[in-house]
Each structure stands twice: as C-alpha cells, then as structure tokens.
Design a protein around this ligand. Structure first.
Ligand code: NDP
Length: 447
C-alpha cells in the first residue's frame, strides 16, 4: 500500500478489521483512497467531519431469501442483495447482477464504485448495487421469470422511482428487466420508471442497450486523441461477449478499429478479419449459445478453450468487458510486451492493482472503469428523465448526449489529475472528480 496519510490509513485499517472477509470491497476502497491523499491533505474538513469514514460505510444493506420453483417442481432458494451505498446527490442507482459468484463483497465493491461513477456523469444519481447468486445460464424462460418475480416480491419494498432505481448488469438484460418490472407493477399498482434498461414499448430509452459499449469507445477515443492516437487501423481485443462487449465492438469498428478476439467464460475466438458484432449478437442475444459456435458462422476463425488466454492475443488496444480482476499482473505484462498502447476498462474493476501498476510503469494509456464505463448509467439517467417527462427522445438525441457526457467525463478526469499534480493519470483524476461532488453534498447536508 502506497498510502501515507494517517487519517486515510486509519479508515482503511478500520475497514479491513470490520470486513476482513470482503476482498473485492477492500480492493475497490483502497484503490480510491490512495488517489484521495492530496485532496484530503488540501482540505481539513474531510478529516474533521470524517467524510471518508462515512463514505466507505453503505447507508443500508438489504439481504434476503429468494425462493422459487424450478421446472421439475423443486423449490430452490437463492440469496438476494441490495446495497444502498450513498444518496447524497440523488436516488440510489445501479444495476442488478445475477451470477453464481455474487456475494456481499462483490455487491459492496460494485456499489462503492457506482457512487463515484454516477457522480462523474454529472447527473443527479446516488450509488447502489444489487443482485443474487442465481445462475440464469441453462435455465428456461419460465424459471428465470419465476426467479425474477420472487426477487422483486421482496426488492419492491426497498426501491422506487425517487428512492432507488435498479438496472441491468451481468446476467440481467432485457428479458430479466421485463419480468422484474412486470412484478413491481403488479404488486405496487404503479407504472413508474422504477427500473432502467426497459423495453422500448414500456418506457425504455433508445440507445440504452448500446450505451455502455458506445460510451466506452467515446471515452477511449477522447483519451487516444488527447494523446495523438486514434482507433484507426488498430488491432483491438475485447473480452466478454455480453451487453458491453457487443456494442464496444460495434462502435470501435465504426471508429476504424479491428476487433480480433472476443470471449465468454468458457473460451475465446480469434478472427484476423475482424469480428462482426452482429454475429455475436445473434449467438448471445438471440440464441443464448456459447461463443465457440462462432466457428459455425466463420469457419476460418480459431477457438481456444479457457477465457484468460485472450490477453495473449497481440493487440494495440485492450478493452476488458467481462468481469472483475480478469487482467492480473502476468496478463498485463503480456499485453505490454506485445505492444499494447492502451487498456480501456468496460467491465467493473477488471484490472488487479498489480496490473494497473504494470500499465503505469510501462506508461501506456489506462482508463478506469468508473469513468470509461459510465455511459450505461448515464443513459439510464437519461431514461429516468424521459420517464419523468413522459417523452421519448430519438436515438440520435440520446447518442449525442451520451457522447457529450463521455467527453465531459474524460475532460473532468484529466483536469482533476492535473490540478492535483498527477497530469495524465486518469485513474486518480476519476477518483478525485467523482469524490469532490459527493463529498461537497455530504458536507452541505450535515451528519
Ligand atoms: P453480460 O451478462 O451481458 O455479459 C457478461 C460477459 O462476460 C459474458 O460474455 C460472460 O460470459 C462474461 N463473464 C461474466 N462473468 C465472467 C467470469 N467470471 N469469467 C469470465 N467471463 C465472464 O454482462 P454485461 O456486458 O452487462 O457486463 C459486463 C461487465 O460490464 C460487468 O463487469 C458489469 O458490471 C460491467 N458494466 C455493465 C454495464 C451495463 O450497462 N450492462 C454498465 C457498466 C458496467 P458467459 O456468458 O460465459 O457468462
């Protein structure tokens, strides 16, 4: 740990003592606190009023039982979570994740990150996150529906359009949001914008599906251009093949990049001619199949079993868009040795601290998730605005706003980094810029 400030060290020590069994959460907090040293040292109020100590403790954690009946008539039980982390600047906002790896540590890390990310969007949204250890893979539509209904039967007590507005994340796409919304409406007898990522026929926003992937590329493009580079003619590797990865592929291809590899949790494909996002969309969104079936569409491509090997595929630009800690030190060093000029994070916390240290030592470009994947929640914020005024904006309108927001976030991160003596360090800039707005609101609102 490189932190030296006594106040921050004491907050971190206290957090470690209380949450020793939550490694992802501690990792996410430590990464932010390290960047905040110059800020805390410049303004004594943050220590005097223990702003950081308050920020690392969620306002509320809800953990509950989700019973549901599978297709064979057996009763299954999963565990549900909603962590309402910080509401200083708006209602809690953040996705729901359905994946067997979900536990309290994972949801708390995601909720903590979300606070800073939402602040960076400039929209009035607090931070929260939720989910369950339910695995949608291999389940029938009926099983997924019954699970979502049971999940919402409890969750509905804790959320609302002015309280907490969940959205999708890993394992939660249009199908799941539809089932969750249907159950909320049935129980509450209200048609409101309580969830984002909704279908277009019932209040969803155009461009929300594409937003995280497009936003990632708008951010990366801004950072590349600021450093005299661009996507044009670049080899790009994108991990994952879900919502973020598919639309990151579409936009970076439009910007002149060539996506040579993508993955799922079983393995990765390599196609030197460039992977067409529409084929991945067909495999993943329509057929819900594994990525190896890409070879049925493009027999000249290669499939390799095991997902972590994707970072050995030589590329100029890497965009991790699958899950947390997917790039460790070895993968980071392999990317650098192969000539990678930049890593732009689409997934949340996909790089381990050792990987980030390797990028920094090599001087390659790096965009942290909380800045470069903020386009999804920003567009969710735009969906909330449209729901409030009961209007729908055009795709072009939403996309233009998204692009403006992402360019604005890049500029804010770059400016904050420079102001605090870390020019070019977008990671530190994102943490500082995200922190300042939330901290200011907390100071105004008292204890
Ligand atoms: P999806 O469920 O649509 O896709 C996830 C993809 O990542 C799939 O290809 C999945 O493979 C792969 N994956 C998931 N978990 C693992 C794992 N443990 N190991 C290897 N591969 C894995 O999710 P999203 O695209 O929505 O989310 C991807 C990342 O982006 C997450 O970190 C999420 O928090 C983040 N994010 C998403 C936003 C959104 O708007 N959707 C907004 C901001 C961030 P498989 O199918 O085999 O499981």
């Amino acid at each position: 740990m490189s932190m030296k400030n006594a106040y921050l060290l004491s907050v971190m020590d206290n957090l470690k003592a209380k949450n020793a069994h939550e490694p992802e959460f501690l990792q996410a907090v430590e990464e932010v606190l390290e960047s905040l040293e110059p800020v805390v040292e410049a303004d004594p109020r943050y220590e005097r009023l223990n702003v950081i100590g308050r920020m690392v403790e969620p306002e509320r954690v809800v953990m509950f039982r989700i019973p549901w009946v599978d297709d064979s008539g057996k009763v299954q039980v999963n565990r549900g979570y909603r962590v309402q982390f910080n509401s200083a600047i708006g209602p809690y906002k953040g996705g729901l994740r359905l994946h067997p790896s979900v536990n309290l540590s994972v949801i708390k890390f995601l909720g903590f990150e979300q606070v800073f990310k939402n602040s960076l969007t400039t929209l009035p949204m607090g931070g929260g996150k939720g989910g369950s250890d339910f695995d949608p893979k291999g389940k029938s539509d009926g099983e997924v529906m019954r699970f979502c209904q049971s999940f919402m039967t409890e969750l509905q007590r804790h959320i609302g359009p002015d309280t907490d507005v969940p959205a999708g994340d890993i394992g939660v796409g249009a199908r799941e949001i539809g089932f969750l919304f249907g159950q909320y409406k049935k129980i509450r007898n209200e048609f409101t914008g309580v969830l984002t990522g909704k279908g277009l026929s019932y209040g969803g926003s155009l461009a929300r599906t594409e937003a995280t992937g497009f936003g990632l590329c708008y951010f990366a493009d801004a950072q590349l251009r600021d450093n005299g580079q661009s996507f044009a003619g670049r080899r790009v590797v994108i991990s994952g093949s879900g919502n973020v990865a598919i639309y990151a592929n579409q936009k970076c291809t439009q910007l002149g990049g060539r996506v040579v590899a993508m993955s799922d949790s079983n393995g990765y494909i390599v196609d030197e001619n460039g992977i067409d996002y529409k084929v991945i969309q067909e495999i993943k969104e329509v057929k819900r199949e594994r990525i190896r079936t890409y070879l049925d569409y493009v027999p000249s491509a290669k499939y390799v079993e095991g997902c972590s090997g994707i970072w050995t595929v030589p590329c100029d630009i890497a965009m991790p868009c699958a899950t947390q800690n997917e790039i460790g030190e070895v993968s980071a060093k392999t990317l650098i040795a192969n000539g990678c000029i930049g890593v732009f994070e689409g997934a949340n916390m996909p790089s381990t601290p050792a990987a980030i240290a390797a990028y920094q030592a090599a001087g390659i470009l790096f965009s942290p998730a909380k800045a470069s994947n903020a386009g999804g929640v920003a567009t969710s914020g735009l969906e909330m605005s449209q729901n409030s005024e009961r209007l729908s904006w055009t795709f072009e309108e939403v996309d233009a706003k998204l692009k403006g927001i992402m360019e604005g976030i890049y500029a804010a991160c770059a400016a904050a980094a420079e102001k605090y003596g870390m020019k070019g360090n977008i990671q530190a800039g994102a943490n500082i810029a995200g922190f300042l707005k939330v901290a200011d609101a907390m100071l105004w609102q008292g204890i």
